[in-house]
Design a protein around this ligand. Sequence first.
Ligand code: ADP
Length: 222
Amino acid sequence: MIQLFHVSKFFKRCTALHNITLQIDKGECVLLTGPSGAGKSTLLKLIFGAEIPDEGQILVQNRNIARLREADIPYLRRTMGFVLQNFKLLPKKTVFENVALPLIIQGVSTTESKKRVREVLKAVGMAHKHTIQTGVLSAGEQQRVCIARAIVNDPIILLADEPTGNLDKALTSEIVELFKTINARGTTVLLATHNQTVVEEMNGRVIHLQAGRMVSDKGPME
Ligand code: ADP
């Protein structure tokens, strides 16, 4: 599903990732942990094709990300959802419109879009607020909408970068439950966090990064 071979990524003043070799199988739940600046976001962006590795190879669903033509990247991204900490929702648009956006971009028919948006909003517990502008929602609600938007395409891989960063403990647990449900349905989940509660509650494989290096890789607790 996702394979990295000796991947390094350098920025001007630092090595964001150093010699990462890693395989993630279909349906796995992986927590990327490590302090701020460890390279977690960079790793997610590389898998999403938003950054290109300086060394090594990355295969996502057997396709070499670095060798993809620019024109092919959107097709690959349609198989992935990406949830960010700071939402990036359109605040003046309604919940429904925000979630429908990826489908509109892909040219999915209105009837089909409506059906899919209704389904995912129900799954994240936001169906009753579909006509509300996202700008007036609480942080927890906004994050639910983001997750709905990330899964509306039925992605094979769901990437999340500190998805509970803005949330209190109770909301964090709710969002964790949502990720667990999505993973239980077969979606591969790769979640970057430095929140220990999230790591414990998700109980997945834990990959720990430090200063761009992979320092441990442990399976879930039995
Ligand atoms: P984390 O997500 O674990 O906090 P990041 O992947 O964001 O870590 O960053 C890893 C390192 O790479 C940090 O030192 C960060 O400053 C650096 N970095 C990340 N993105 C860029 C960029 N676009 N330009 C320059 N340096 C960057």
